[in-house]
Design a binder for this molecule. Structure first.
Ligand SMILES: NC(=O)c1ccc[n+]([C@@H]2O[C@H](COP(=O)([O-])OP(=O)(O)OC[C@H]3O[C@@H](n4cnc5c(N)ncnc54)[C@H](O)[C@@H]3O)[C@@H](O)[C@H]2O)c1
Length: 497
């Protein structure tokens, strides 16, 4: 296998030509870089399908070495005073903010999402570090009255080494945001970035090197074998996954052998419901926003099923087809680009297959459904924003997670039938309701089987409120105090005086 490639400027892709690809693409553990025993594999720029060089592919031996480094560092990190831990986490937040553009350019060139959006991702990761730094004293316990002569109290302790395995749609955001809570709680972490887009992780490790004690924060890059080895490792008592339902099942099965604690942030096929009384301009804006076309709908929370009351269907559709024009596929590293490339050929082919399935099922293609005509984009994995109308709730495009820029529009007339259809899928991550009537808003919010319901909004996350799924969309709630507590275990201490 080849060694990592040489530094290469991104001059062919962007006016912001100063970004450098990371030189070192090895494994980062124990506060140092290590050559992988598993070898190297190429990573790509989805905007032109060209290789961006080779990256470490950790095998089970590599994962074990990283876990041992994290295990060695655990006792010292656990004993570090909470406010000292918090101060170090805040330093990481500051480093992220100071290097947001560079990290965002790496994500844009490797996962295909536009650089402007990826800068917001870096800001979100920094905000998560600050947020969990502020929560360190909330990992607290309680006292329980036991009567005279006894004191009974509960304390919360970290678990040890936490493994976090993340998806490709927000590489740096997940690397940062998903490591903050376990670290704040006093665990050490081994992060597994997405195999499609690991470049920002290498730079992140370079940037924060020396802030945390060696072995507290570790990164192993690679694919399924790397993730599976981390999930199965006997010295990793807690695993947090952001990924597909299928991977969630595999991780949970493997965790069962060791009675591990598992947090799963999985897929979605989310519904946005428009009532006849809604502000229709707002509803069509919300439907477009909810699709996250900027990063090609590659978002677990995308509202890719639009249930529109038949009386307002045409007006809402007119609004959508006008507003969707704001999203034009373009080179991801260009700051003006509003819609990026799909992450890989495999995902591009999957989305195109679903477009064919939608046509074969008899849905009407209202826009998109193909590559853009711009000659500059012909080598990349670009698909125009796509909307199908006349979709029936039982069609595959309305039931299965496409994870692409494809919106399925379903008319409804009877509210009970509509709720049945909304809840008929196996997923339950998000949902949205557009109405001016408070009673309808509450009724719909309580009927939608999902972990997050927006009323007159879509897509937004609210740090400090739990994000997570019902049904097959997962277990646990991230982005909140609950995430911090998940990475702690209660211990009850009874003192006889
Ligand atoms: N709920 C959320 O917060 C959330 C957020 C983003 C993405 N997602 C979901 O993630 C999916 C898209 O991301 P993806 O294609 O990267 O998902 P994926 O499940 O293919 O991969 C996710 C991660 O798991 C690793 N992995 C794959 N197989 C594994 C195994 N057997 N054991 C351990 N690790 C394994 C991958 O290398 C990657 O790092 C979608 O379903 C999307 O909805 C969910």
């Amino acid at each position: 296998m080849n060694s990592p490639v040489q530094e290469k400027p991104l001059t062919d892709q962007t006016s912001l030509s100063s970004v450098r690809l990371p030189l070192v693409r090895d494994l980062y553990y124990g506060g140092a870089w290590h050559k992988p025993q598993g070898g190297y594999a190429p990573t790509f720029n989805p905007a032109n399908a060209r290789s961006l060089g080779e990256c470490a592919e950790a095998n089970a031996l590599d994962v074990d070495a990283a876990v041992q480094a994290a295990k060695k560092a655990y006792d010292g990190w656990k004993r570090t005073k909470p406010f000292e831990r918090a101060a170090l986490l805040r330093r990481i937040a500051a480093v992220l903010r100071a290097n947001a553009l560079e990290l965002a350019l790496l994500d844009a060139s490797n996962c295909g999402a536009p650089v402007a959006e990826m800068q917001r991702d870096v800001e979100f990761a920094a905000a998560a570090y600050d947020y969990f730094a502020g929560l360190v004293t909330e990992a607290k316990g309680e006292t329980v009255p036991m009567g005279d002569g006894m004191v009974n109290l509960t304390v919360r302790e970290p678990y040890g080494v936490v493994g976090r395995i993340v998806a490709y749609n927000h590489p740096l955001l997940f690397l940062g945001a998903k490591s903050a809570a376990p670290l704040a709680a006093g665990n050490t972490v081994v992060m597994k970035p997405p195999v499609q887009a690991p470049l920002s992780a290498y730079r992140f490790a370079e940037l924060i090197d020396g802030i945390l004690p060696p072995g507290v924060f570790n990164i192993v890059t690679g694919g399924t074998a790397c993730g599976a080895a981390l999930a199965a490792h006997p010295d990793v008592p807690v695993i947090g996954l952001v990924g597909s339902v299928e991977t969630g099942r595999a991780v949970m099965r493997s965790a069962a052998d060791r009675i591990k604690r598992v947090s799963l942030e999985l897929g979605g096929k989310n519904a946005l419901i428009v009532y006849p009384d809604a502000d229709l301009d707002r509803a069509s804006s919300g439907a477009v926003k909810g699709m996250n076309f900027t990063w090609n709908g590659q978002s677990c929370g995308s509202t890719s099923r639009l249930f529109v009351h038949e009386s307002v269907h045409d007006e809402v559709m007119t609004g959508i087809l006008k507003k969707i024009r704001a999203y034009q596929p373009g080179i991801p590293t260009d700051p003006k680009t509003t819609q990026g490339a799909i992450v890989s050929k495999a995902q591009f082919d999957k989305v195109m297959r679903y477009i064919d399935i939608g046509l074969a099922e008899g849905a009407t293609l209202a826009c998109g459904g193909k590559r853009p005509s711009d000659p500059a984009l012909q080598d990349g994995y670009f698909i125009e924003p796509t909307v199908f109308t006349n979709v029936r709730a039982d069609m595959r495009i309305a039931r299965e997670e496409i994870f692409g820029p494809v919106l399925s529009v379903i008319r409804w007339s009877d509210e009970e039938t509509m709720f049945d259809q909304v809840n008929a899928v196996e997923y339950g991550l998000t949902g949205a309701v557009f109405t001016r009537d408070l009673a309808i808003a509450h009724r719909a919010a309580s009927r939608i089987e999902a972990g997050l319901v927006w009323v007159n909004n879509s897509s937004s996350h609210f740090l400090g409120t739990g994000f997570g799924g019902y049904k097959q969309s997962g277990l646990g709630r991230d982005e909140s105090l609950e995430e911090l507590l998940f990475y702690t275990q209660p211990k009850n201490i009874n003192i006889t005086l």
